[in-house]
Design a binder for this molecule. Structure first.
Ligand SMILES: Nc1ncnc2c1ncn2[C@@H]1O[C@H](COP(=O)(O)OP(=O)(O)OP(=O)(O)O)[C@@H](O)[C@H]1O
Ligand SMILES: [Mg+2]
Length: 364
């Protein structure tokens, strides 16, 4: 611990300097155009860009992690996350200038390792926030936690950006990438197909937890495609369908009425592709609506407390992260997520995805 502390102080000055430099954003369209020619020269340029850009983004997060309100910065889980950011900052800063293809390959391997190091940032931060929530006077909660909530939004949004940059660079090296794929982007992604796969995954978890799962019906044009990152869409639809299945399941589990299906409609507009996910799970009370996009609100038991380290991390509900994180993914490429509820009947989630792909990356 003492050695870590000294290391942090020595690096602090450099981190501060980098944290003040300007970040450079990319758009989906830019990534697609650049990535369509993954020549050795372009990969070299991309690595050189990341060598400068990643430490700027990482330094900002490390600084913020040091200065959180209510002593959140001192929680063991948050210190652990901070150390990951610090280690990654140092790994990149100590990597010499990327001059040729050999350097480029070594650099790519190193940033891929950084991506893996940060795999568990979200549940680890969630644990830190839970630890904080426990010690806080109930009166502080939840209005004064607004600042913490905004920090988490910035923090997770930035994490999405960093992972897209690394993921895209690494994926451009893949020799047997799918025909229509440019790195992480599928230029002909079918939202219907992705929605179907994500719904089946969510139903699988529902089966595991409840022994049965409501049907999911999907309506739209199967042939319709547009460029997007399928893993992002999968994640968002998975989270929304999981919420719907849980609500329907809880409402109809002990009734002899027919279980109503969850309905998904995919609409292809000119500006947006909108995916509506409708359920008859009884909705959300209006008083609860302002809380559903916060990182501390869930009506499920917290899996971190229940059996942290025992389960594989995938459950029907419990972290209170599904909606806020999905909205960040939607906003990352210029889309949005809205939830409309009719208490006593059900919920509609509107997931808007920007079709143009030219919206600038949010840079918190
Ligand atoms: N379709 C829905 N019907 C009824 N309530 C919902 C629906 N979607 C969300 N909610 C309410 O909003 C809360 C927050 O949802 P969110 O997905 O952010 O977290 P969670 O489902 O509790 O946990 P997880 O992080 O595992 O998703 C839920 O606990 C639930 O009370
Ligand atoms: Mg959820």
């Amino acid at each position: 611990m003492a050695a870590k502390k000294r290391a942090w102080e020595a690096a602090a000055e450099e981190v501060r300097r980098w944290g003040e430099m300007k970040q450079t954003g990319v758009s989906l369209r830019y990534m697609m155009e650049f990535g369509s020619r993954p020549t050795a020269k372009n990969l070299l340029l991309s690595a050189q860009f990341l060598h400068k850009e990643l430490p700027i983004r990482i330094a900002r997060r490390a600084i913020e992690l040091e200065n959180l309100p209510f002593g959140l910065s001192h929680k063991p889980a948050v210190l652990k996350v901070r150390d990951w950011y610090l280690d990654s900052f140092r790994d990149i800063r100590s990597f010499p200038e990327v001059k040729d293809t050999n350097d480029e390959l070594a650099f790519t391997q190193m940033i891929q390792m950084i991506k893996v190091r940060h795999n568990n940032v979200v549940p680890t931060m969630a644990l830190g926030v839970q630890q904080l929530k426990k010690d806080l006077d109930p009166k502080v909660f939840p209005k004064d936690l607004e600042e913490t909530h905004q920090f988490l939004d910035r923090f997770y949004m930035s994490r999405i950006g960093i992972r897209v940059l690394i993921g895209q660079h690494v994926a451009l090296h893949d020799p047997d990438s799918e025909p229509d794929c440019i790195g992480l982007i599928n230029t002909r992604m079918s939202p219907m197909l992705v929605a179907r796969a994500a719904s089946e995954d969510a139903r699988g978890i529902c089966f595991r937890e409840y022994g049965s799962a409501p049907e999911v019906e999907i309506y739209g044009d199967t042939d319709f495609t547009f460029p997007y990152v399928p893993s992002h869409l999968h994640l968002m639809v998975f989270e929304l369908v999981k919420n719907s299945l849980r609500a329907v399941q809880e409402r109809f589990m002990n009734s002899d009425k027919d279980v109503p299906p969850v309905r998904i409609i995919v609409a292809d507009g000119i500006e947006d592709v909108t995916i509506k996910i409708s359920d008859e799970g009884g909705g959300i009370p209006r008083s609860g609506l302002p809380k559903i996009f916060t990182y501390l609100y869930s009506t499920a038991k917290n899996p971190l407390e229940e059996n942290f380290g025992v389960n594989d991390g995938v459950t029907m509900a419990g972290y209170g992260y599904g909606l806020p994180i999905s909205r960040l993914y939607a906003r990352y490429f210029g889309g949005d997520l809205q939830i409309i509820s009719m208490e006593g009947y059900g919920t509609d989630a509107y997931l808007h995805l920007s079709r143009l792909g030219d919206s600038q990356e949010p840079l918190p």
